[in-house]
Design a protein around this ligand. Sequence first.
Ligand code: NAD
Length: 474
Amino acid sequence: MTAEAPNLVAGEERPAATGAWLERSRPADGSPLCRVARSGAEDAAAAVAAARDAQPAWGARTAVERGNVVRAIAELLRERREEASALVAEETGKPLALAQGETDAAIEMGFFVAGEGRRSYGRTTTASMPHRTVLTLRRPVGVAALLISFNTPLPNVAWKAFPAILCGNASVLKPSEHTPLSATWLGRLCLEAGLPPGVLNVVQGLGPEAGMPLVEDPRVDLVSFTGSARTGGLVAEACGRRLAKAVLELGGKNALVVCDDADLDRAVEWTVASAFSNAGQRCAAASRVVVLEAAYDAFVERLLAVVDALDDIGPVISEESMERILDAVAAARGAGAIVLRGGDRVGDAGWHVAPTLVEGVASDAPLSCQELFGPVAALYRARDFDEAVAVVNDSPYGLTAAIHTASVHRAMLFAERVAAGVVVVNAGTHGSEPHMGFGGVKASGTGWKEAGVEALDAYSETQYVNLVVDPMAV
Ligand code: NAD
């Protein structure tokens, strides 16, 4: 029997109202994987109605109780770690060990968020009038639409759904059409762990058909979106028209800088992990590697040796994605770039792109500016530190940046001068953890952070309470 990814509305599994399905195949070999409910406006509206119904009672529970439910979800996910990881490995094609690491990251996010139910700290302050105290309380935003990318399916849900649940919201999750199975699976698991029906609903389908109706629905108070800058712009526009709160976590064109005083073996190791793990499908992937002139030849020689010995990095998510990536590399080659490694498909089953390294690309060429979301990194020579910083900043994006250097002075100057939400010294361009806020500047985001206690600011509203005490009434 073909696997199915139905919607989950008010605790019930449902096909799309029209009965339409999308077919989905396995990225690893192109074989049929499942069919996905092809939802539309009617399905989105039903899910929002279910969330609206469920929210008041959920929001009235204490944050401690809500945190306990998030903990129960994390515990159940830990019990089912192998099942979850196998499902993700199958629907994305990524190596099982990588999928297991992602399941662990989602579980850790659950435990971190659960603990926040017992903190949920606010502030108290004074006022200009006597006998007055001002304090802050967190209030739920209401109903949230959560739209996510395919790249790390379980953490992508965990980063949004867990803080949304903790803060007393009810949500409608629109997973990527490429990774529908793990989303419905996690929705069911939440119910089993004790989350009331309707607090987390799942609407499957394509972005414009199933996602945009959620974004435009006036009953949705908060839209939290993780995806490309292009789609993020459309979401922001729709939210702007109706003045809805919009949290946007977008793309990156992250740079890793290798200085002439760096430990080159270590820099190579982190470059390969940053550029090629998850087949480069990370918002924080290093797609630009900037090397100081004095270290360039030695670094590239070692880098090529390690890339030549790389194991399978897994496929990219779809045939269209593979074609788009290969076309971009071919166009760069046509414009004079040198493709040192890769640039072609591996095998003829599934959507595998060879780890690709390109040099001789201008910093304003399309390959330097457009996020490819694949295993492609461009190498740049920089005369000195100042030029390296200039190349890093010559980008529409500002998500993460890394530097390899033995000098703490250079490292701190780098952090001061680069426009990036996250700066890493002597490691990769990714590596966030549940307790660390994550988000970018410029076209990478609009200022809200995910994860960390900062996520609570996205999923709650801060209310200021002025408390006047009447001494005469004592
Ligand atoms: P995408 O923008 O194509 O899709 C993201 C989500 O939006 C999907 O669920 C999709 O169905 C939906 N969507 C697409 N078009 C829509 C529309 N017109 N209206 C409403 N919804 C729509 O992105 P993707 O290819 O799934 O993901 C890759 C992108 O995500 C990359 O740019 C990557 O950097 C980014 N990303 C960012 C972060 C972060 O935290 N900043 C994390 C992971 C991925």
